[in-house]
Design a protein around this ligand. Structure first.
Ligand code: CUA
Length: 297
């Protein structure tokens, strides 16, 4: 069966090759061991005998495993090279990871929580994290690559079949690691070209809060989750802990901006410092849109 991505067949071949050699060795070693146990059992051979070395055997068990390991290395390296060399002209998408959600940013500014890609065209992904190490994992595509905070990592793939595939986080990243899921939707290239033009451009403040996973912890209706609600906070003072000292601050543009860039600078009394710094995933204009949205709550 053809794989879901252009290189999934290559990865599978390597996997089966290594699994196959391991099974052959396991069976071979086990059978030999049992044969020797029976043949040299104490009732037949009560006295152990000293044996001289054998140059033939020594050579054989040095050369054979070396060849086997080099074959494994060859397949592994060949597959790794294909997966690291992004083809020219690939469609660029930035994958943004954070505790505990994914979002995807296209070249024209379109942002989504589902990764929509064209079948038959290479897609170059830039991998970013706002907080801790996450791992972008698309099992059907045989693709797994880490999102490391403060470092640009990359990968690429080409979907070969239309369909919806699972995206998982493959690096333990805290309480909700197992819920850090998303979908990859591979569509006909013509469908993709139409889709990418729709709803492009910069998202609204409210949409940004959804895309960046903020709404998992902050509500707009006054209910308390992991973080304070946005409802009616703008223009009011809140009690915060700053470097272990309690003080009062006014919720204004500056306060919201700092809370996004350095979430642990001022922690509202009664809450835990759990928010990721979203600084590298929002530009000034995004932040202003979020401020304007919070103002209206
Ligand atoms: Cu992100 Cu596990």
């Amino acid at each position: 069966m053809a794989g879901a991505s252009s290189y999934s067949g290559l990865v599978d071949k390597t996997f089966w090759m290594i699994l196959g050699s391991s099974v052959i060795m396991l069976v071979g070693i086990t059978v030999t061991m049992i044969y020797f146990i029976v043949k040299y059992r104490r009732s037949k051979h009560p006295h152990a005998k000293d044996i001289e070395g054998s140059a033939t055997l020594e050579t054989l068990w040095t050369v054979l495993p070396t060849v086997l390991v080099m074959v494994m290395f060859y397949y592994g390296w060949a597959g790794f090279k294909v997966m690291r060399d992004t083809p020219a002209g690939a469609t660029p998408v930035t994958v943004q990871a954070r505790m505990w959600s994914w979002s995807f940013k296209y070249e024209n500014g379109k942002q989504t929580t589902e990764l929509v890609v064209p079948v038959g065209r290479p897609v170059a992904v830039k991998l970013e994290s706002a907080d801790v190490i996450h791992s972008f994992f698309v099992p059907a595509f045989r693709l797994k690559e880490d999102c490391v905070p403060g470092r640009d990592n990359h990968a690429w793939f080409q979907a070969e079949r239309e369909g919806t595939y699972d995206i998982l986080c493959a690096e333990y990243c805290g309480d909700q690691h197992s819920t850090m899921l998303a979908k990859l939707v591979a569509v006909h290239p013509d469908t993709f070209d139409v889709w990418i033009e729709q709803g492009g451009g910069r998202p609204t403040g409210q949409k940004l809060l959804q895309l960046k996973g903020c709404v998992a912890c902050h509500t707009s209706d006054g209910s308390k989750l992991v973080g304070p609600s946005f409802k009616g906070i703008y223009g009011h003072t809140v009690k915060v802990m700053t470097n272990g000292v309690e003080r009062e601050v006014m919720v204004d543009d500056e306060y919201i901006r700092r809370s996004l860039r350095e979430p642990n600078a001022d922690i509202v009394v009664g809450y835990q410092p759990q928010m990721p710094a979203l600084g590298n995933q929002l530009d000034e204009e995004d932040i202003q849109l979020i401020i304007d949205y919070i103002k209206r709550q």
